[in-house]
Design a protein around this ligand. Structure first.
Ligand code: 5GP
Ligand code: ZN
Length: 111
């Protein structure tokens, strides 16, 4: 089972921001800026590349709720999803990084 599935199953603790039946948002263990959270479907999909559009629709609405809860709608935020080796994906379970709380650099995560 992947590490994020273990988080969903509460085998690994997490600092939850928002949760519903299908989706979970929690703080990244190694934040890249002031606010760095991860947004995932509870069901396992290896990456964005294999995630059905129907799931992305729900994830979009959930992400709007996360931005509201974090209070970053006005100030703005960045969403990133890494896909596969060249995308720099480390955890093989679809996740969006939401970065906020300060002006983020042009690129995040240099080589
Ligand atoms: P990726 O490189 O796959 O796009 O991002 C994986 C992210 O997951 C990284 O930012 C990393 O800090 C985070 N991460 C890895 N393991 C854990 C964990 O056990 N708990 C939390 N909260 N974040 C994790
Ligand atoms: Zn998983």
């Amino acid at each position: 089972m992947c590490i994020f599935c273990k988080i969903v199953n509460k085998e690994i603790p997490n600092n939850t921001v928002l949760e519903n039946e299908e989706f979970l948002c929690f703080h990244d263990i190694n934040p890249a800026c002031k606010i760095h959270v991860l947004i995932i479907p509870k069901a396992h999909y290896d990456s964005f590349d294999v995630t059905p559009p129907s799931v992305m629709k729900g994830l979009t609405a959930f992400t709007h709720q996360v931005a509201e809860k974090l209070g970053v709608k006005q100030s703005g935020y960045r969403l990133i999803t890494n896909i596969g080796n060249d995308g720099g994906q480390e955890v093989p379970h679809l996740h969006f990084h939401l970065l906020a709380g300060e002006r983020v650099g042009r690129l995040v995560g240099e080589k």
